[in-house]
Design a binder for this molecule. Structure first.
Ligand code: ZN
Length: 411
C-alpha cells in the first residue's frame, strides 16, 4: 500500500499549515528543512513522531489553530509522567463523530438500537466518542461509564440494551456475571463493540458465547481523534481503517522502513484533515499488519489485522523475542484453561525465569496440566517456563486493559 494522490495533497496542506502555525510539528518540520510533499517518496522522508514528543509539547504546544477555534481538549492516560493534551476544533469533533457513526454502521447498528456505553467519560476519549457516534447515527445512547457492575446489569435488563460497548476485560467480567446470575434469557444484547487491544480468540469466544452476541473490534487512540478510526466488519478478518481521515503505514520498528503488505510491524498514523492537532507519522507502538486484497464485504477501506500487541510488550528473555500472544496461542490449545493468564519475569540466582499463571475452569490434574503447558511453551519459544495453574477467578479482571506481563527482573 502506498499513499495516494489525494492523501498526498492533504498531507502537503497539513505540513504547510503546521509550519505557518509554528507549533511543535511546524518547528520540527522547519528544522528538518521540509516545506511540503509532492511524491510518495517525499512522504517517506518525513520524520516520525512519538508520544514523548507530544508530551514535550504540554500543555497546548500541539495546537495548530488560534485558541478561539479550540472547542474541547482530551488527554491521553498519563499513567507515567506528563500527559498529552490533544486540542480539537469543531470540525475535528464532527469528523470524529462521522467516523464513529460509520463504525457503528459497519457493525450493523441502526437507529433502532440501544447502546450501553461502559468506557469512561471525561478527559479520556473513549466514552464521549462512543456517545457522539451513537447520537449521530440516531441510536439510543445509554451513557453508563465504567464500573458499578450491579447497575450495568440492571440497565442491561431493564433498558433491554442491544449493543454493549466495552473493553474486552470489562465485557468478559459482565459476561461472567450474566452467566453466574442466570440473566442470559433476560438480556437483549446482539452486538458487542470492543475497544481495541490485543485479546485472545478464547476470550472473544467466551464473551460471545456467554452473552450470545457478535463482536466487533474498534480501533483508535486519543492522539488520533480517539477510538473510531476503524472497525472490523464481521465479514472478513481485520479492521477497516477510514483512510479518508487517517493514513496508515506499517513499519519495521527497528529500521523504520515500511514493510510489504501482509507483514507484521508497527502501526504509524498520519491524520489527513485534522485541524486542532494534526499528527504526522505518529508511531503508535501497536503491532499489526495490512491485510492484502479487498474485503469480502466489498469495502475498499484498507484493513489492519487484530493487534498482535505493543512493540514495547515484546519480552526479551534468554536472547529470544517473545510476544505475549505466542504464549496465549499455546494456552488456547487447552480447552480446560480459561482465557485469563499472567506472565511474570524475574531474575533468580543469576538467571532470568518466566512464570506463567493460568486459570483452569475444569477439574483437571493441576500438576499434569502445568507440565503439559510448560512442554508446549518450550516447543513454541525454545525454553521452559514455570507454569502455575490457579483456580478460575483468581487472576484480576480490570475495567481497563488487563496487564498481563509483569517484568520484575530489574526492580
Ligand atoms: Zn470488510
Amino acid at each position: 500500500m502506498q499513499i495516494n494522490e489525494e492523501q498526498l495533497v492533504q498531507v502537503d496542506t497539513q505540513i504547510k499549515r503546521l509550519i505557518a502555525s509554528e507549533n511543535f510539528y511546524g518547528r520540527r518540520l522547519q528544522e528538518a528543512g521540509i516545506t511540503g510533499v509532492a511524491t510518495p517518496e517525499d512522504f517517506l522522508t518525513l520524520p516520525f513522531s512519538e508520544k514523548d514528543d507530544l508530551r514535550a509539547a504540554y500543555p497546548l504546544g500541539l495546537s495548530a489553530v488560534p485558541q478561539d477555534q479550540i472547542v474541547r481538549i482530551h488527554s491521553s492516560s498519563g499513567t507515567t509522567g506528563t500527559p498529552v493534551i490533544v486540542p480539537y476544533t469543531k470540525k475535528d469533533v464532527d469528523d470524529w463523530a462521522i467516523q464513529f457513526a460509520r463504525c457503528y454502521e459497519y457493525a450493523g447498528v441502526t437507529p433502532e438500537d440501544r447502546v450501553q456505553i461502559t468506557p469512561g467519560y471525561g478527559l479520556w476519549t473513549a466514552g464521549i466518542g462512543f456517545q457522539a457516534g451513537c447520537e449521530l447515527l440516531g441510536a439510543m445512547a445509554i451513557p453508563m461509564g465504567p464500573g458499578n457492575t450491579e447497575k450495568q446489569l440492571q440497565f442491561m435488563v431493564d433498558m433491554q440494551s442491544t449493543v454493549l460497548c466495552a473493553t474486552s476485560s470489562y465485557a468478559l467480567l459482565l459476561a461472567e456475571e450474566v452467566e453466574k446470575r442466570g440473566l442470559r434469557d433476560k438480556i437483549a444484547l446482539k452486538r458487542g463493540i470492543i475497544g481495541s487491544e490485543r485479546w485472545s480468540d478464547s476470550m472473544r469466544k467466551s464473551i460471545a458465547d456467554k452473552l450470545g452476541i457478535e463482536l466487533f473490534d474498534i480501533y483508535g487512540l486519543t492522539e488520533v481523534y480517539g477510538p473510531g478510526i476503524g472497525i472490523s466488519c464481521g465479514k472478513g478478518e481485520g479492521m477497516h481503517i477510514w483512510d479518508d481521515f487517517v493514513y496508515v503505514e506499517i513499519i519495521d520498528p527497528q529500521t523504520g522502513e515500511n514493510v510489504p503488505d501482509g507483514e507484521w510491524g508497527e502501526i504509524v498514523l498520519t491524520t489527513l484533515v485534522k485541524e486542532g492537532a494534526p499528527l504526522i507519522r505518529f508511531r503508535t507502538h501497536d503491532m499489526s499488519r495490512i491485510i492484502p486484497g479487498v474485503c469480502a464485504c466489498g469495502s475498499h477501506h484498507p484493513r489492519i489485522d487484530t493487534l498482535m500487541g505493543r512493540s514495547d510488550d515484546m519480552i526479551k528473555i534468554h536472547g529470544v523475542n517473545v510476544f505475549p500472544r505466542q504464549i496465549e496461542e499455546v494456552l488456547q490449545e487447552f480447552p480446560e484453561l480459561s482465557s485469563e493468564y499472567q506472565i511474570r519475569l524475574s531474575h533468580l540466582d543469576g538467571r532470568d525465569t518466566m512464570r506463567i499463571y493460568v486459570e483452569t475452569n475444569g477439574s483437571v490434574d493441576w500438576q499434569e496440566m502445568a507440565k503439559a503447558v510448560a512442554t508446549k511453551v518450550r516447543h513454541r519459544i525454545g525454553f521452559t517456563p514455570l507454569v502455575k495453574i490457579v483456580e478460575n477467578g483468581m487472576l484480576p479482571r480490570s475495567e481497563k486493559k488487563t496487564k498481563r506481563v509483569y517484568d520484575e527482573r530489574y526492580e
